[in-house]
Write a protein that binds this ligand. Sequence first.
Ligand SMILES: [Zn+2]
Length: 121
Amino acid sequence: MSLKYCQGPDCHTYHTQDRLKGPKGNKTNQTRRRTSLYYGEFCDTRCQYAWLSKYATMAVNHFGRLTEAKHLTEQNAWVKDYDWRTDDDSRRYFFINQITKEQRPLTEAQYNDTSYTLNER
Ligand SMILES: [Zn+2]
């Protein structure tokens, strides 16, 4: 399993025992690396916020800046939800429209599929 480096721009500047690495007498503070990082590309929220404050504007400009207000309508008001069935102790998955309150059933696979939506883009 390969190790991923934390993408925090200042990760190596924070003083913790686990960042201190290298041969005895020549240890340096180093960027954390892990097999999996709990905060996406970052080791903790401090590194996540450091990256955001440095790169958020560039990222928004790259991926597309919102230039007008979005409006919640019946066509884009679908959200996924679930509740517990009491009879067999399992989850019941469904879409619910935040405006009309209409519900439509969902499978667990559809619920977990982040690209599956009823919303118009
Ligand atoms: Zn970090």
